[in-house]
Design a protein around this ligand. Sequence first.
Ligand SMILES: C[S@@+](CC[C@H](N)C(=O)[O-])C[C@H]1O[C@@H](n2cnc3c(N)ncnc32)[C@H](O)[C@@H]1O
Length: 352
Amino acid sequence: MDQEANDHHAEVKAYYGETLQTSQDLKTNACTCDATPPGYLRSVLAMIHPEVKAKYYGCGLVIPLQLEGLRVLDLGSGSGQDCFVLSKLIGPQGRVFGVDMTLEQLAVARAHQDYHQKLFGHLVPNLEFLQGEIERLGELNLAPQSFDLVVSNCVVNLANDKRKVFQGVFDLLKEGGEFYFSDVYSDRRIPKDLSEDPLLYGECLSGALYWNDFIALAKEVGFLDPRIVSLGKIAIHQEELQERLGGIGFHSVTVRLIKLKGLEPQCEDYGQALMYKGTLPEAAHLFELDRGHQFPTGRIERVCGNSYRMLKETRFAKHFEFFGDFSRHFGLFPGCGSSLPFEEGEAPGSCC
Ligand SMILES: C[S@@+](CC[C@H](N)C(=O)[O-])C[C@H]1O[C@@H](n2cnc3c(N)ncnc32)[C@H](O)[C@@H]1O
């Protein structure tokens, strides 16, 4: 795997601090989000200040369920939209940190902190914006293994050294915590001349990881069973850019990386099952672990050992009834895919 040696920080800071004033200035739709938020989220998004919204450059929804009281970190928090939404949903007992390296972006986020704190009725702030690089999370004075959740929205592709980012996140997460993030991925490795193009890089395209390199990296740092929550193809409408990109396919993917020691490389069958109780108010009828694992309320579903642990050893445990243990192995769990998830007609398999 070719780890990028170039330092893109100066051009990325200039792009997000000076070139782009609002999302209208984007040249492609890579840093835009097509997903329709669920109703409960729409009502929180309606509370976000218009100046923050105007500078939103996210490519997915990075707000999972069961947030109350959590300690959360947002990598590349930009003008702060996701942090403000999280601040509302984690409530006064939780804490959110947003980190970004671009001063202009931090200034917008910080300028709207009091506004949102008052609007949400929080007597003391539960949100802090920090200046820093996501490749150097260890320098932010955040205690190792102290976070329940790390989110990020269209940022990891912009990092110089993706391995350092994943390692830093892994180190900050508690056991059972998760990295839930949206980013851009390519269907092949990006040639060097394109990754050196500041416009393509700034637009979140040519810094994208090839999907299989991402999976390998995630596993190397310890996220042993990456799960796809959702994915969508990025359409490049400009002919000139299409021509330059020469047929490389890009997808925006929301991924869930759960930190649990000993997850297995394949989905293994131990004859286990579980039942979602329907007790999350935002998901009364269906709980979605990932796009291959959707649990209707009240229905007993067979699961592999990894999925069982992802629900039993995390904050979601109280919403499920669990059946079985690991005492007897029945072989490979059926339906574990091995092709790229972007291929036409590819079924949402049980693992990435
Ligand atoms: C595409 S924008 C996304 C911003 C925000 N997540 C949102 O959804 O609006 C990328 C942001 O990541 C920040 N960023 C990019 N690379 C970074 C790095 N290596 N360290 C810290 N921040 C970075 C940029 O300054 C910018 O604010």
